[in-house]
Design a protein around this ligand. Sequence first.
Ligand code: NAD
Length: 233
Amino acid sequence: MLLEGKKGLILGVANKQSIAWAIAESAAREGARLIFNYQNDRFKDKVEKLAEGLEGSKTFQCDVGSDDEIAAMMKGVEGEFGELDFLVHSIAYAPTEELAGEFINTSRQGFATALEVSAYSLVAVSRAAAPLMKNGGSIITMTYLGSERVIPNYNVMGVAKAALEASVRYLANDLGPRGVRVNAISAGPIRTLAARGVGGISKMVEAHREIAPLRHATEQAEVGDTALFLLSS
Ligand code: NAD
């Protein structure tokens, strides 16, 4: 029971395949109480149904593009839990047309959207959550190798992940003195709702299966248990 008595907020569950859901399952197995967000009405029923299966969990609506929705969610979290021990940020978005073909064709709006939703949102939710982490805590986010190397079709999302990783370092420096750790997990390619927007994702999974040290495709549960290590004290 590595997370016994701990309270966490998990952002980014869309469905059972979501990496955030695998993290939730690992955290709940080890005794954590959890609150989830759903982005909008499209995801409400699915997320609520999943959360129902975990005793004592709650859900709130929050589109991370809105400071008001972030503030309202944190108010709800404070009302339910009083404080937070960890925050999981497992959110990314870029318009589909930006995730195929040449990076040079990235539009101004596509670039701004990808960076705002996929990188700035970590800054916004960390700032909102930090006051609730009264006894220190742990923040994690999800990144991918496309931040460091050119991966075909990953395009502007690679640039967003580079910004996300730099944000992790600056946030870690700000929050470290308050006892809050900030880390990113770089997962291998996994077929999820978000990943299906990246052109050629099936080929990426196949290539990973062939050349990764374990010679198998990354599974959500493996990422869940990696998160568990970083979330535990
Ligand atoms: P997913 O589609 O299950 O999760 C993405 C989530 O982002 C969804 O729940 C969606 O609702 C949420 N989201 C998007 N825009 C939002 C907004 N404006 N406000 C609130 N929520 C918003 O896919 P996933 O693969 O589990 O993705 C989770 C994270 O893992 C992402 O950061 C992704 O880049 C990262 N990641 C995924 C892979 C992979 O291959 N699947 C690999 C490495 C990293």
